[in-house]
Design a protein around this ligand. Structure first.
Ligand SMILES: O=C(O)CCC(=O)C(=O)O
Ligand SMILES: [Fe+2]
Length: 280
């Protein structure tokens, strides 16, 4: 197995591995690569749905999406489709997955089934680097803030993806998380933020009060030097650590279709930093 970093910040491409016949030591190496690089991609993995589900289960239990339905016959897999004639609205803004649930997904896996001739890459940014680059004063404040996150059932969806939304008329229930999240496996701190479609405000503050600060954090943590870009071929399997990264699906392939098979792995409730570490 070979691991080739794809940027100075995060991301690695892995070669020399067959995910349908993975040895225990190879899985351990992939796990380490996920923790080290945040996002890994492996080309040439023409897995069946059952093989994709079996690979996903090696990472943990599968997280059933509370608001989207899966494939008939394989409900663990959500098919993300952008038709040639429509814009891509699924994930086309900076976010981490399922931050609107109390225990957001640990990881998300996409298996590319159909890709445009060019474009349709996914961008990632490193929330550890974003936290580390804050001043001590801002870290002190950030460690005391909690965010209120609500799923957007409407405005970010195409017609086709909108049809998968469960109980569209029912208001989504918000989830509250620490702004500075301690990674449960590495102990590192991540500036755990989404754009304001999901992360609407800080706890005990109004949306108007929260917005300037949320805008600052979002601009700060999408600095180009914190990012990488994953390119897809048919059969590329990409896997990212939602506890550490945000991502954005680029909408730059008008006139072409793109189909991804997506599985999310269950996560754990978020943990914040003890504020007494930063006396006021
Ligand atoms: O389609 C993509 O590249 C990513 C979409 C997304 O945000 C997701 O699958 O969580
Ligand atoms: Fe996403």
């Amino acid at each position: 197995m070979e691991i080739q970093p794809i940027s100075g910040a995060i991301g690695a491409e892995i070669t020399g591995v067959d995910l349908a016949a993975l040895e225990v030591d190879e899985f351990a190496a992939l796990h380490k690569a996920l923790l080290d690089y945040g996002v890994i991609s492996i080309h040439g993995q023409a897995l069946t749905a059952d093989q994709q589900i079996a690979f996903a289960r090696r990472w943990g239990d599968i997280h059933a999406h509370p608001y989207l339905s899966g494939l008939d016959g394989n409900p663990e897999i959500i098919e993300i489709v952008k038709e040639a004639g429509e814009p891509n609205r699924f994930g086309a803004h900076w976010h981490t997955d399922q931050v609107f649930t109390p225990a957001p997904a640990m990881a998300t896996m996409l298996l590319a089934r159909e890709v445009p001739p060019v474009g349709g890459d996914t961008l990632f940014t490193d929330l550890y680097a974003a936290y580390d680059a804050l001043s001590d004063g801002m870290k002190r404040m950030a460690c005391r803030l909690r965010t209120v996150n609500t799923y957007d059932k409407g405005t970010t969806r195409s017609k086709r993806m909108g049809a998968k939304v469960l109980e569209p008329e029912k208001e989504a229930v918000p989830a509250v998380h620490p702004l500075v999240r301690v990674h449960p496996e590495t102990g590192k701190r991540a500036l755990y933020i989404n754009d304001t479609r999901i992360m609407r405000r800080f706890e005990d503050m109004t949306e108007a009060e929260s917005k300037p600060l949320l805008d600052f954090f979002l601009t700060h943590e999408t600095r180009p030097e914190f990012t990488c870009r994953v390119r897809w071929q048919v059969g590329t399997l990409g896997l990212w650590d939602n506890r550490r990264l945000m991502h954005l699906a680029l909408d730059d392939y008008q006139g072409h279709r793109r189909v991804m098979h997506r599985i999310t792995i269950k996560g754990t409730p978020t943990i914040g930093v003890d504020p007494s570490e930063f006396p006021t």
